[in-house]
Design a protein around this ligand. Structure first.
Ligand code: AMP
Length: 184
């Protein structure tokens, strides 16, 4: 990743205090996603570490993970598989409950979405506590597929998400320690 990318992207991430609950500072990526150059740079930077590594499917986490998982899947020559909130997927599912930075929830994947041994990249917009990503990893592995890595735009390092994802390859583009931006 080019060295100037993190601060350039960070300028397009908007802090929304007390959304969706008091005490949460929501990282709003819509200005970044709406910028043609920044959107392309994000896709390029997240594709690069995983190109040529035999990714079969990109698993996107509802809802904002879908935005990036589509172009990443296309660029990697992979398929797209959604992980969705409970009750949204129409066919038979596997489910996992998980703790959010602000609440708990249930995630589901179609039981036949991944073949055993498939090589999977998991994608979301923001890694906060890591609970959502960890639950998605459990879902993928329950289907017998292999998680090659995880790709996100923003990592809230001060919430310690990597402690829930030990031994996993995690690529993030903008990393926040406390409220200070740490460019990578
Ligand atoms: P977590 O399970 O705590 O890592 O939460 C990650 C999921 O919740 C992602 O799907 C994010 O879109 C969303 N999320 C959690 N915290 C934030 C935040 N502070 N700003 C933006 N999105 C967040």
């Amino acid at each position: 990743m080019e060295r100037e990318l993190a601060p350039r992207l960070a300028e397009l991430v908007r802090d929304i205090p007390d959304f969706p609950a008091p005490g949460v500072v929501f990282k709003d990526l819509t200005p970044l996603l709406g910028d043609p150059g920044a959107f392309a740079a994000v896709v390029d930077a997240l594709v690069e570490p995983f190109a040529g590594r035999g990714i079969d499917q990109v698993v996107g986490i509802e809802a904002r993970g879908f935005i990036l998982a589509g172009p990443l899947a296309y660029r990697l020559g992979a398929g797209f598989v959604p992980v969705r909130k409970a009750g949204k997927l129409p066919s038979a599912v596997e489910g996992e409950s998980y703790a959010l930075e602000y609440g708990t929830d249930l995630l589901e994947i179609h039981a036949d979405a991944l073949r055993p041994g498939a090589r999977v990249l998991v994608v979301d917009d923001v890694l906060a506590t890591g609970g959502t990503a960890a639950a998605t990893v459990r879902l993928v592995e329950r289907l017998g597929a292999e998680v090659v890595g995880l790709a996100v735009v923003v990592e809230l390092g001060f919430l310690g998400p990597r402690s829930r994802l030990r031994g996993r390859e995690v690529v993030s583009l903008v990393h926040y320690a406390e409220s200070t931006l740490v460019g990578r």
